[in-house]
Design a protein around this ligand. Structure first.
Ligand code: MLT
Length: 265
């Protein structure tokens, strides 16, 4: 089962929140956001294909397959409509979910991500890392991401966060790393999917994000008629891990807006 549910009991106070993680990580990168999120609403996180326990018997590498896994996991849990938040790779999957399963997505949080495809050099680099992970049978090729994903403020003032991210990366599986890199390399530009989405949207970005910087977030905001921009201070690419309270607050606002919209409709 790829669905991790944080809430217990009824938790039926509004639309559920669904969290999609970044690479090379898994649902645990959302733990603090889930803990800080206002009680009452169901909160689920999905472990995408390629994560530990989900790194064998993989289909052809494609984020469309990841989106279908999310849809299946949600429907299996009785979730028919949700507020969907994706960080980085999770944001790519969220846009694929909007394209393939639009009825499931009431509102969208795009966190430290972008809607465009990779430039040729970035794509080639992903394929190189995929091959290297397989050849070495290790996560060595992505280990440096433990620091490059984080903002300078986190690296200097929250060393325990850097240690935690490094430990999560160490626990990933080489086959999963390779699959996710190839899947991301193959993704198309989904800016038009975002443009056509008519539910509430929040774009969240760490002010120290060097992977998908503030300019990428501004492009998302310019693309979506609905979007609101939240810049998280003292956070890099993993804003949900570095400054979880700020991200939880942005998601709570979005969820409230989504509830209001679905009641109007
Ligand atoms: C992520 O955080 O998911 C990755 O940085 C995504 C990417 O490599 O584009």
């Amino acid at each position: 089962m790829s669905l991790h549910t944080y809430t217990e009991g009824a938790a039926d106070d509004g639309l559920p929140l669904v969290l999609l993680h970044g690479f090379p990580l898994d649902h645990r990168m959302w733990d603090e956001v889930a803990r800080l999120f206002p009680a009452g609403r169901a909160v689920h996180a999905v472990d995408l294909p390629g994560t530990p326990g989900h790194a064998t018997d993989l289909p052809e590498p494609a984020l469309e397959a990841s989106a279908d896994v999310v849809a299946e996991a949600l429907r299996g849990a009785g979730v028919e409509r949700a507020v969907v938040a994706g960080l980085s790779m999770g944001g790519y999957v969220a846009l694929a979910l909007v394209e393939r399963h639009p009825e499931l997505v009431a509102a969208l949080a795009l966190v430290d991500t972008k809607s465009t495809a990779d430039a040729p050099e970035a794509r080639a680099n992903r394929l190189r890392i995929a091959a290297e992970a397989e050849r070495s049978g290790s996560v060595d090729p992505v280990r440096p991401m433990a620091s490059s994903l984080l903002g300078e403020s986190t690296v200097s003032s929250q060393p325990e966060v850097a240690d935690q991210v490094a430990a999560w990366i160490d626990q990933q599986e080489p086959a999963g790393i390779a699959w996710s890199q190839r899947a991301m390399a193959a993704r198309p530009d989904r800016s038009e999917v975002l443009r056509a989405f008519d539910g509430p949207v929040v774009v969240v970005v760490g002010d120290e994000d060097t992977v998908t910087p503030v300019e990428a977030a501004e492009h998302l905001v310019a693309t979506s008629v609905q979007a609101r921009l939240v810049v998280v201070q003292r956070a890099g690419h993993l804003s949900s891990v570095e400054q979880p309270a700020a991200v939880a607050a942005a998601l709570a606002d979005l969820a409230q807006a989504a509830d209001a919209t679905s009641q109007d409709g």
